[in-house]
Design a protein around this ligand. Sequence first.
Ligand code: FES
Length: 124
Amino acid sequence: MSYEHYVITLQDLPEPGSTTVEITVRDRKHSIILVRHAAQIYGYLNQCPHRGTPLDWMPGNVLDKDRRYIICATHGALFRIHDGHCIAGPCLGEGLIPIPLKVDGGTVYIDQESGAFKNQKVNE
Ligand code: FES
């Protein structure tokens, strides 16, 4: 794995909270959601399995009002934070595509070699 792509410091991601970051891997742009919850950081492609649209309902905000689930802005599907599994909505039983992360010295890094970046649509 190659965790060379720095994306954010923990200071910039309060708990519980979320943000989105844009990264370029092999000349393709990808939008990633990062969620900080229960002392963990989770990363997923910012792409709903229902229609492929971005999840955030405001820039960087993908959590529901209780901050217990990731919510899709388009049709309201709910996803568990810890594994991205959809528990309600039109894509029930499907899941978000996880992005391997590493936290080192308060900085979050993304695995650029993740299979999640292969065969994905280009977000521009
Ligand atoms: S696009 Fe996300 S629930 Fe429909």
